[in-house]
Write a protein that binds this ligand. Structure first.
Ligand code: SF4
Length: 235
């Protein structure tokens, strides 16, 4: 397996922990970031395996199950030096909280100095996530079938540059989102993103609703699906 110069230098300084600690993962790959504030940038993706909820529209069903194991040593060796952005996604990454925190600690420090995006379903507590991590947190809506979780408890852990993502399936989800934004003044907490469930609601319709209701949100689509197709994996 190819190792970069920086990786090799770092790994020789690490203890057995990196060899012994395993991450359960679905796929790791370099691609274009397709969503959010970093959309369009080259990014290394770490997609963990296992999720403890079941969104009706989940577009990563291949990451719901057990997946494979990789040591942190091997994982770090595969991250290209020239890619400065790393996204940790899932599945649900925070199921493996201790391992994820270790990965964040290593990657944000010398010699890596990576910018880390953590994408989470929002149903796990964000307490303890370091301040230099860019958090993208879902609030699950009725159309997902997983709206019952306590997303509110995480609001105090979000920073101004973080993002709350609402994946919108229909008008009910749209209105539910607006109500949450108004009730909790979410636009004063961080960036808010409305993303349509792929293939279920037209981008144009969602755009019209946003404009008509003057919603304080940013519309996004999933750029990676436009580039490589909706079913592509590992890109
Ligand atoms: S939280 Fe993410 S991985 Fe889990 S079921 Fe929902 S969309 Fe799929």
């Amino acid at each position: 397996m190819k190792r970069t110069g920086k990786c090799e230098q770092t790994l020789t300084d690490q203890d057995d922990l990196l060899k012994k600690t395993l991450l359960h993962y679905s796929e790791i790959y370099t691609s274009i970031q397709g969503e959010g504030a970093h959309s369009g940038l080259p990014c290394f993706f770490i997609r963990t395996s296992v999720c403890d909820i079941r969104c009706t529209w989940c577009d990563t069903p291949h990451a719901l199950g057990k997946g494979k194991n990789i040591s942190l040593e091997e994982l770090l060796s595969q991250i290209p030096d020239e890619i400065s952005l790393v996204q940790i996604t899932g599945g649900e990454p925070l199921i493996q909280r201790k391992t994820i925190l270790k990965i964040m600690e290593i990657l944000t420090q010398a010699p890596f100095h990576k910018k880390i995006i953590l994408e989470t379903g929002g149903h796990h507590l964000l307490e303890g996530i370091p301040k230099d991590i860019h958090i993208v947190m879902d609030i699950k809506l009725p159309g997902s079938g997983e709206e019952k979780h306590d997303f509110q408890r995480n609001f105090s852990y979000l920073k101004q540059n973080d993002e709350i993502k609402f994946v919108i399936r229909d008008r009910r989800d749209f209105e539910f989102s607006l109500s949450l934004i108004q009730t909790h003044h979410l636009d004063q907490i961080c960036s808010l993103v409305f993303s349509p469930v792929w293939g279920e609601i037209e981008l144009k319709k969602l755009a019209e609703w946003i404009l008509k209701e003057k919603a304080p949100v940013r519309l996004q689509t999933q750029l990676h699906k436009i580039i490589w197709g909706e079913s592509a994996q590992g890109v």
